[in-house]
Each structure stands twice: as structure tokens, then as C-alpha cells.
Design a protein around this ligand. Sequence first.
Ligand code: ARG
Ligand code: ASP
Length: 736
Amino acid sequence: MLRIAKSLMVALFLLLQINAFATEGMWLPQLLGRLNEKEMKGMGMKISASDIYNVNKGSLKDAIVSFGGFCTGEIISSQGLLLTNHHCGYDAIQKHSSIDNNYLANGFWAMNREQELPNAGLTATFIVRIEDVTKAALVGVTKNMTEKERMAIINKNLDALKPTVKKEAYQDILVKPMFEANQYFLFVTETYKDVRLVGAPPSSIGKFGSDTDNWVWPRHTGDFSLFRVYAGKDGKPAAYSKDNVPLVPKHFLPISVDGIEKNDFTMVFGFPGRTQEYLPSEAVKLVVNGQDPARVNMRDAALKIIDGFMRKDEKIKIQYAAKYASTANGWKKWIGEMQGVERTKGIDRKIAYEANYNNLLNKDAALKAQYAGVLDTLNALYVNVAPYANAREYYMELTRNVETFSVADKLVGFLSEVQQKGADSYDPQRKAFLDKMKPLYQNINAKVDQDVATALLDLYFQNVHSRYIGGEGYQIWMETNKDGRTTANKMYASSALVSYEQLEKFVSQPYNDLVTAIYKDPITRFYIALRNGFVENVNKPYEEIQAPLVKLQREYMQVQMDVLKDRRFYPDANSTLRITYGKVDGYEPRDAVHYDIATTLEGVMEKYKPGDYEFDVPEKLRELYKTKDYGRYGVNGKLPVCFIASNHTTGGNSGSPALDAYGNLIGLNFDRTWEGTMSDINYDASICRNIMVDIRYVLFVIDKFAGAKHLVDEMKLVNPKKGAKVKPATVQQKRA
Ligand code: ARG
Ligand code: ASP
């Protein structure tokens, strides 16, 4: 009896959790009025949906840009000043840096417009308008088509549609599938191509805490940088020119210096990259029991080895810093994801959700007749695909982390292209290949790579069944007694891929000789054998399951929307403009531990380790701390640094503005908390938090630390809590 009561309670608890969706969701801005406005106002929002998205007048969306396609940025002055993260501007800052002008180490501040630095290839894209084009996209599509037939018709429909869309010549059109391609949305966009670097703090502020603090709360990073969007004299997008002028935006964000308190309403507006919130339970199991462990397993080993070298050798540290950071970023996130799903009983919640779904589906005779088996078949397919998906992760990690294998991959790729295009293309393609390899080799140390190969080959052959590796690769593995060390020693002793000079010589052979030679070189030979085995035994069966899987996933999505009538659905993130909202709030990561909402400069000083590459603090900042010279940005003798809230964000939301109830800028999004990184597949309001830099810290660093007050003067600072309630400021666009 007690047991039944207990399991009923658990079921009830899980169901209640399922319905606790208040802060979950990455919503399409044009649908807020219909789906979210009421709830947002209930949570404290003081503006309306049409202040956020409006095609007839300037609205918040006109201040938000996709920064380079990989991050978000926002316009914070009437002269096109753009704010984003330090880690988003990192590449640009690095490219302008040299030994004499090391902007990564020392920071960079343009003291006037002439000093602002252009960045070839860097773009800022505004969203002009969003339209639902589902009907037009799906004309002629039927349920029983193959995926290939369906795609062909949709592409044809979209090709016919695009020329009929109203837009200016300098604008672009982008169509994106939503809800697993049950719906299609069209975006009219405007891309500015002259984006200049204006300011960046030193890494000891902008990247403070580095990899150790990455994904972690409490956090003390001033992760911001400043750019400026330039337009042609007519105010329209233009290629870089000295004569371009700062963009006059349709809207820019006023900045609230009144600070945040627990439970304050917040919104994050930006371009989240990818989530998978509607996977069935077996797919979540696959991610956290198969794919994540595979990736973490391989990266654990690679990172340990690289770290060992980096600590001993300054040159290797520089060569591997960026690669290490990006490998570690995923590694750490996936560890958090596995733990988070476990702790929040993510799989049990999915199973309870599916029981509820089945229950509702069974009550609807018409839907049941059509879709009764969808979920079960989908789950079964995920079970079937799991061994291939896992082997696939191992293969991808092997060829990603062993850099000579990635070189071998590109070499084979270019040779097969020559085979297709004809011998005439050999010389130009060889040159293009070498041009790409040269900078790559500048950051490869053969000794490091050999040790990584040693460890990862052992792991690969231990964890991937020989039937997925194939005879050819296994044969070579046996030649060296199935031992990573012996195999790697042999490979790196005589391969041409261990240095750029040898590679250059290797590919200087005539085409036919080179094609023979790659089967003799020990690295390319092994790589080709492993690749052939992978393509045949893993990727082929994997792809064969993908087509029915994608179709079922789409049907499952549609049926969820049909039967769960009380639930509001948002489409998975796909790098399109979204808004998410929540509240400033702490959380309990584990038993007896409570995390507070905000950090201060006190915490920076607590973490300070003189000379350390992660936790050093610049002298000027230490001085300002000592004299408590915080100006208008401090509160009661302390300087705010970061804060957290329950906004549902993901990769790509970096650089997104955190907005208050009035649409004023209060912070800059840059990360999530470790316990909550499973929000990408299994959001849970109890522990999923996004991390933002407090805008007052950003202003303080610009003004007091860098002495670039002229930039703060360009912005519009407001006091919505203290003074009049300020509505979003709208600047008229000067356009012909
Ligand atoms: N974790 C953040 C994101 O996913 C920040 C990454 C950059 N920072 C770092 N220390 N690697 O992108
Ligand atoms: N740090 C991520 C980004 O760069 C944001 C996140 O994953 O929360 O977009």
C-alpha cells in the first residue's frame, strides 16, 4: 500500500514538474502577443509584445543582431555601438594583436573613431521581418512521401516563393524549418559588413577564470567587448570603406544602472543555436548514456595530455590554448549535461511525459488511428541506431583530436576531388590544400599529437567493437600488437604528416605517385583503413536509420502539439531570433548548498592568484578595488560583477542582452551554470540558470578602468527603478 502511494506520489511529482514550464522556452518574437504576453506581464513585464517585435516602428528586435553568425550582439547607442562577449570578439581581438600590441593581454580601447579597427568578414545581421510560410512551403506534400521527395517539393516551393517576397535590394531572405520541419518561417534580414573593433578589456578581466571557471557559478568574468556597425553614406549595408559612417539604428537599448534584485523579471533576446527538447526517452538515454560518455571519455584523455605539455612548455601553451579551450568547453558541458539529467530524473520525466501523451492520444480516435505507433517506433529506432551513433562519436573524436588524422582526412578529400574534376585541377587544389595546412601546422606539435594518438587509439579500440571498425583497420592494429604506444611510435617515426615541410614535399609528387604513396605512409594508410571501416560499418547503417527517424521525429512533434492542447510549444533553437524570459533567481545545486544571485568584485579578489594565467588581476583593477573608486556603478561600497536568472538559453545566446521589465539593458549573457547545461535536451526550471555580466561592471570597466568615458557618454543611461518608468527609446532611422 505504502509502495503504491509512494509511486503515485512520484508520478504526480513528475507530472507537476512537467507542467512547471513558466521559464522554459525560446519563443519566436512575432508570436509573443498570442502566446506569451499575458504570462510575461504576470511575471512583471511592463512593456507589451509590440514593443518587442513590430514591423511598423522601431522595436527591441531592431537593436539585436546575429554577430558573425555565431553569437549575438546588441546596439547600445544612436551611433551603432555594439556590445557582445569578449569570447565572441576573441578572434577579431586576436587577429589585431601582435607582440608589441597584445590586445588580448592588455586590452584595446579606441579613443576616437579613427582608431576603430576593421575586421574583414565580420558581419552584423538584423531581422527586418518574420513570416510564417508553412502553407506555401508544404503545397503538394503528402504524408507518404519519402524524405527525399518531400525535400525536393519543399525546395521547389520555396524557390518559387522567394522572388515574390517584398524586400529591398540590399536585404536577404532566409527560410528556416521549425518544429522538426512541420512549419517553415521566412526571415527578411539586413547584413552589415563593416563591423569595427572599439574596445576590449584585457583577458584577465574578459576571460577571468578561463577554463576552470567556465560553466561555473559563482562567476567573476567581465566577458564583454565593443564593436561599431558602419553603413554606407546612405545608411545601408556596404562593404568596408574608409568613408562609411556609423549606423543610425532603428532602435538602441537604453541601459539601466539601477541594478537587479531577486525575482526581477528578465528577458534574453538573441540567436540560440541548437536545442533538442522534444526527443523521446530513448533518444535522451542515447545522449547521456552513449554519446556524451563517448565524447567525454576521448576528450578526458586528450585534454590531460595536452594540459601536461602546456604546463611545461610556453610555446605549446600558445599553440594549443584556443584548441584546448574549445575542446574543454564541450567536454565540460557534456559532463554537466549527464549529471544534470541524472539529478533531475530527466529520463523518468520523459517516460512520465510519454505516458501522459499516450493516454491523451488514446482518447482521440482520429489521431490514434493515424499515429498510434509513432512514439514506440521512434523509441525503437533510437535503440537500433544507438550502437552506430556511439561508434560514430568515438570515430569523430578520434579524427578530431588526433590532428594528423584530420590532416589525412583533408588530404584524401582533396585527392578525391581531383579525381572527380580531372588532373588539371591537381596543381591549384594542391596549392589550396597547402595554404590551409600551413597555419594549422603552426599550432601542431608532433610530440603532443603522437601522445594524443597513443591514448585515443587505445580508447578507440577498447570501446568500439571490431565489427564497427572493419577488417582493414583491425589488421593494422594487430600488426603492432594492438597497442597504442607501439602503433603511434611507428606512425610518427616515418610519416610525412608530422611536419609541414615533410607534408609539402610529400604532396609535391605527381598525382598518380601521391595516390600510391598515401597507402604506404603509416598515418594516411591507417587513417584510410579506419575511415573505410567507419563509412561502411557505421555511417552507412546510421544514415539508413536517419531518414525514417527524421520522419518519425517530425510526426511525433506534430502529434505532441495536437494532443497536448494545454501546453504551449516553442520550436527548438536553430540560430533564429528568439526571446526567453525568467527571473533573477538563485538555486540549490546539491544538498545543503545554496547559490546566491549575484557576485561582486570582492569575489574577483578572493580568486586572485598573482601571475596565474587564469586568475591574475590587473594592477589598475586592484587599485580601484583598494580605493573603492566605483563611481555610480557601485552599491554600498561593493561593485556588482555577474548575476544569474532562469532564462532558457543555449550556445549562440552568448552576447545576448539581458533586459529588464521595460526593455532596458541590465546585463550581458555569456554562459550557463554547470548543473543546468542539460537545458539543451531537458530543461528544468529548478536548476537551469543563465549567467550574465552585470551591465554596471561593463560600464565601470569602460569608464573607470579603461578611461574610455567617451563611450559611456554615447550611451543612454536610465534609472527606471528610481525615477520615471522609461519606455524603450526609439531613434528615427535616417533613410531615404
Ligand atoms: N561556456 C561558454 C560557451 O559555451 C563560454 C565559452 C568560452 N569561454 C571559455 N573559457 N572557454 O560558449
Ligand atoms: N557560452 C555559450 C555561447 O557562447 C552560451 C551558453 O551555452 O549558454 O553561446
